[in-house]
Design a protein around this ligand. Sequence first.
Ligand code: SF4
Ligand code: ZN
Length: 306
Amino acid sequence: MRKCGFCKKDTGIYLREHKLGLCPECYPAWFEKQVAETIHKFKMFKPDDQILVAVSGGKDSLSLWQVLSRLGYKADGMYVCLGISQHNYSDVSKEKCKAFADKLGQKLHIVDLQTELGMGIDSIKNYYRKTCSACGTIKRYYMNRLTLEQGYTVIATGHNLDDEVTTLFANLIQWSEGYLSRQYPIIPEKNGLARKVKPLVRNSEKQAAIYALTSGIDYIRDECPYSTSATSISYKENLNRLEEIHPGILRFFLTNFFRSKKDKPMGEDVVLNPCTSCGQPTIAGLCKFCRMKEKIKEPPKRRHVR
Ligand code: SF4
Ligand code: ZN
């Protein structure tokens, strides 16, 4: 039996990428210290920042919210009710977020797409070839709007190491220079765009799951029913296989990518103007979200693909 690296008790948790054994009692403090180091390393926020955490009810975002609260930050939550009826996904995830906000004693803002747009993702998907791309536009719009309207200084999301490496790999395969130039754990505030940070970016999905389990977080176990992009699932599976053979290689890959961008300001080359309809910053005249609002006024022309 391996021993915990801190208290020397027997432990079943072994992180091969760190060559470290931890017991369930010591694990949460280790994870929280890792996140604190990431916040410090990338200068994500200061103790007096007002943080809005985008929560979905899943393990990553709820873990992030709890870590920030335990580290002493002022962090409220924001949940976008997407109107996904399969497996009662939206109802269950909303209840998890509400219960968790009560447990933390923090405020939870809820944006309901049915109220805001007259329809949720179950209907909006019929207008788009890729559901996640439409959903991403919606979530980014409300995150930015709420952050600025409610006086928060930064928005934090629960993207973990696996998410970021998968995105990096996909961007490299497609040689998407624009996305590659912007991929970083902190995007500074600019012309009406709120600062965005990803404090879990140095922690794997497995580490976040162990944190949720060892610190008693009640999260939704089901994946979103639309998260079935065959390409990104296959990238993730193959990257995981690589990590199995070479523990720590994904963290090494991502860290070196970020290091190569150090001191290069993010998105400096992008010119933003206020959207002619809603006033939020955009590179076009009318922002993507307002174009979506126009589109969904008419009956859908496309068939849903995924
Ligand atoms: Fe939205 Fe796609 Fe994520 Fe589901 S998987 S919440 S549709 S972005
Ligand atoms: Zn707009």
